[in-house]
Ligand binder design. Structure first.
Ligand SMILES: *Cc1c(COP(=O)(O)O)cnc(C)c1O
Length: 822
């Protein structure tokens, strides 16, 4: 492996980063900060000691970055997100500071293997999937491109559950990432703020009877305590802050009750308060409708806004300049109540009139929409919202009155359209529509891929877009190339540096220079060797964890993401069953060995998603044991998908499965990670696949299936899956095998309802796309048969997806939305 980027980074002259000096510092840190002697230190102790040594260097940069934003009066970006799916931070920090190789050597001097201790760091899994991972990539990119930014979220004690597979079924276990402490965070008790819930609203009138202002008198109060994590940018240029809020009781113990003998009652309130931030809701692309969720949303939003307003006032003394110095970004609608909260602060606390406050609010906020799935569009029953946030309910009504007035005065909307614009859903039970609130209160609303943004304009926000034209814009998602190329694929990084120099480390567009090597046989061989080594590493992991032998020379076909019907793992599994059938009935054909990998978590309450996991495991058991397959096809379900698992699987993939029903995946970011690491995509024209296809060229991607408008048309005209299944013998046989119990002899009817659903409704159009998908897989086989051609295409993928760096995405956000002066 090549030297990392350490030596040429002229930073931290004040520290001696020589391995020997570092080794000494680590020892000192072990003694004085961890409190252990080297002779008894556990690997966890070495991990903590090493992190603290590097952390010192980060803290200096952190303070400098904070000062710089202050003295230069720079506009700050505030990124509010319910989720940050960070993963491990050690490698990120070491590598971004250019200390990776020196730390490796320093630890070697101490007889400690860096990879061993790196593997002990728990993943910070404070998110479900793509949305949370995007927030984490954005935090890293904002620091890397030198944008003063603060992330705000929740410090869940339990992040996304740990998944075990028992007898093929998903079992959820609590995730306990804080068990060994968290050396990255700093508790900031002094930044605690009080958050209210419930209670009443008092209207205060002046002597002449005019309404002066409203005072919210909450019934409950909870303390929000700040925990700060430094986020280091590439080359350590800037260190930003991720501030996560933890809930605590205002009164840790009710002394009067305790002294009166009610010992348990005296502590109940403290327990209740702390439980607010105990656990992350595990549903992805589905609204969690429970009251605790709304409490979480308001809790972190209100704490963040108090923080932002306080910081602004202490520096500038006047809230009229807030939009010039603060851009608040809403990552989906989860923090959208921030709009009502800022209005409340401006009007009720600072005495600003409604119109002025509304103008300031709209200029301050921007909102990203992440999904068009109806079940994911957030709305809250008016009675719940009103009980928990009575003042905010009044403000939402006042905003709505203003919006509807503007809509009516335009005279272009009929009653139905006005009803759709309303912030309150009025048919049946009345609900607050968080998307409409976010739209109305923001100057910018963005989608996350070109297609998604177009569909947004045509569907959910078509009326609001006509009322407020020009607000909707596109910002195609991105991924940080530090984590998703340089750290996870050191082999490919080293090879690229040798071939084209280091420029791509700072500007991924420079990867384009690799294009000329696609036709160079020597380079192709070395590229293939890197891939092979990554595949061997994954094969070892599979052997260790699942006691299953796989052949690293087989085609590694990978679909890893949340398990969801729209992502169509089912289509992939059915195709595997059909292929299994073909291999057995045509043994004479020239089949190529393939290993299909699946990984992903299902929401615990999502019945079909969990059944699909069981099906994958049932099919895997049968196929993997069947001697007549002669090892030509294997199916592997890797448990507990996470950022760290992705970091091993992505660099090892030959084929990237991005096969969602067109129009349903807003962007996807997994698709970008794979392409960057030289996998070829088999995919539908959905989300960012469309743009990946444009970047790599249609010869270097395998596209199949209905397009978004065709899905829509097919549904409109009346889709009949049964007829399609009956005309496709391969599909019919595979479905028959599944529903008749070939893979579930212990419970032959296990999959009957699942398969019946495909015959009857098949909302996600598995049947409609099956033949096209199976044909596309045979095209993949044909490319794979010609190894030099395959590797040339793979190289062209890496070379042409530099545009998907989240640095580019962040620069676009700043140019068009935040205007923080990059
Ligand atoms: C990138 C990533 C995702 C998002 O994957 P998609 O394929 O875009 O759905 C989800 N989870 C983890 C752990 C990731 O790293």
């Amino acid at each position: 492996m090549d030297q990392a980027t350490s030596s040429e980074l002229p930073i931290f002259a004040e520290h001696d980063n020589d391995p020997r000096a570092l080794a000494e510092e680590i020892l000192k840190s072990l003694t004085y900060r961890v409190g252990k002697d080297a002779s008894v230190a556990t690997p966890y102790d070495w991990l903590a000691a090493s992190i603290k040594v590097v952390r010192d260097r980060i803290i200096e940069r952190w303070i400098a970055s904070t000062k710089e934003a202050y003295t230069q009066q720079r506009k700050r970006v505030y990124y509010l997100s319910m989720e940050f799916l960070i993963g491990r931070l050690m490698r990120d920090a070491f590598s971004n500071l250019g200390l990776m190789e020196n730390m490796r050597e320093a630890l070697k001097i101490l007889d400690v293997e860096i990879d061993v201790i790196a593997g002990l760091e728990p993943d910070a899994a404070l998110g479900n999937g793509g949305l949370g991972r995007l927030a984490a990539c954005f935090m890293e990119s904002m620091a890397s491109v030198d944008l003063p930014a603060h992330g705000y979220g929740i410090r869940y004690v339990h992040g996304l559950f740990r998944q075990e597979i028992q007898d093929g079924w998903q079992v959820e276990l609590p995730e306990t990432w804080l068990d060994h402490g968290n050396p990255w965070e700093f508790e900031r008790r002094e930044r605690s703020v009080e958050i209210g819930f419930g209670g009443t609203v008092e209207s205060i009138t002046s002597k002449d009877g005019r309404l002066e202002r409203h005072v919210w008198r909450p019934q409950e109060r909870v303390l929000a305590v700040a925990y700060d994590t430094p986020v280091v940018g590439w080359r350590g240029k800037r260190v930003n802050t991720l501030r996560l809020w933890s809930a605590m009781a205002v009164d840790p113990i009710l002394l009067a009750a305790f002294n009166a003998g009610d010992h348990i009652g005296a502590l109940r309130e403290a327990n209740q308060a702390a439980s607010l931030t105990r656990v992350l809701y595990p549903a992805d692309s589905h609204q969690a409708g429970q009251e605790l969720r709304l409490r979480q949303e308001y809790f972190f939003t209100a704490a963040s806004l108090q923080d932002i307003v306080q910081r602004h006032l202490s520096q500038y003394g006047d809230l009229m300049t807030l939009p010039d110095k603060a851009a608040i970004h809403l990552n989906d609608t989860h923090p959208a109540v921030a709009i009502a909260e800022l209005m409340r602060l401006l009007m009720d606390v600072y005495g600003i009139d409604f119109d002025t406050a509304w103008g300031l609010t709209k200029r301050t906020f921007a909102y990203t929409n992440h999904t068009l799935l109806p079940e994911a569009l957030e709305s809250w029953p008016v009675p719940v919202f009103e009980r928990l946030l009575p003042r905010h309910m009044q403000i939402v009504y006042a905003i709505n009155a203003q919006v509807l007035l503007e809509a009516r005065s335009r005279q272009i909307f009929d009653d139905e359209q006005i009803r759709r614009i309303s912030l309150i859903h009025e048919d049946g039970d009345r609900r607050v529509r968080m998307g409409n609130l976010a739209f109305a209160g923001s100057h910018s609303i963005n989608g996350v891929s070109g297609l998604h943004t177009d569909l947004m304009k045509q569907t959910v926000f078509s009326d609001l877009n006509r009322l407020y034209p020009g607000r909707i814009n596109n910002k195609t998602n991105g991924i940080t190339p530090r984590r998703w190329l340089m750290q996870c694929n050191p082999g490919l990084t080293a090879l690229a540096r040798e071939a084209i120099g280091d420029r791509f480390l700072d500007d991924t567009d420079a990867l384009k220079e690799l294009n000329r090597f696609a036709s160079d046989p020597a380079f192709r061989d070395r590229f293939a060797a890197v891939k092979r080594a990554n595949k061997e590493r994954l094969a070892e992991l599979v052997d260790e964890r699942l006691s299953l032998r796989i052949d690293p020379s087989a085609l590694f076909d990978v679909q890893i993401k949340r398990i969801h019907e729209y992502k169509r793992q089912l289509l992939n599994i059915i195709e595997a069953v059909a292929l299994y059938d073909q291999i057995r009935s045509h043994p004479e054909k020239d089949w190529l060995p393939r290993v299909k990998f699946l990984a992903g978590k299902a929401a615990p309450s999502y019945h079909n998603a969990k059944l699909i996991i069981k099906l994958a495991n049932d099919v895997a058991r049968v196929i993997n044991r069947d001697p007549s397959v002669r090892g030509l096809l294997k199916l592997v379900f890797i448990p507990n998908y996470s950022v760290s698992v992705a970091e091993i699987m992505v660099p090892a993939a030959d084929l990237s499965e991005q096969i969602s029903t067109a129009g349903m995946e807003a962007s996807g970011t997994g698709n970008m990670k794979f392409a960057l690491n030289g996998a070829i995509t088999i995919g539908t024209l959905d989300g960012a696949n469309v743009e990946i296809s444009e970047c790599v060229g249609e010869d270097n991607i395998v596209i199949f299936g209905l397009k978004a408008h065709e899905v829509e048309e097919t549904r409109r005209k009346g889709y009949e899956p049964r007829a399609i299944i009956e005309s496709s013998p391969e599909l019919g046989q595979a479905l028959h095998a599944i529903s008749s119990g070939v893979f579930s002899p212990d419970d032959p009817h296990r999959y009957k309802a699942l398969v019946d659903g495909l015959y009857e409704t098949d909302w996600f159009m598995v049947a409609a796309d099956f033949d096209s998908f199976a044909d596309a897989q045979r095209r993949v086989d044909d490319i794979w048969r010609n190894a030099p051609d395959w590797h040339a295409k793979a190289i062209r993928n890496t070379a042409n997806v530099g545009w998907f760096s989240s640095d580019r995405t962040i620069r676009e956000y700043d140019r068009d939305i935040w205007h923080a002066g990059l």
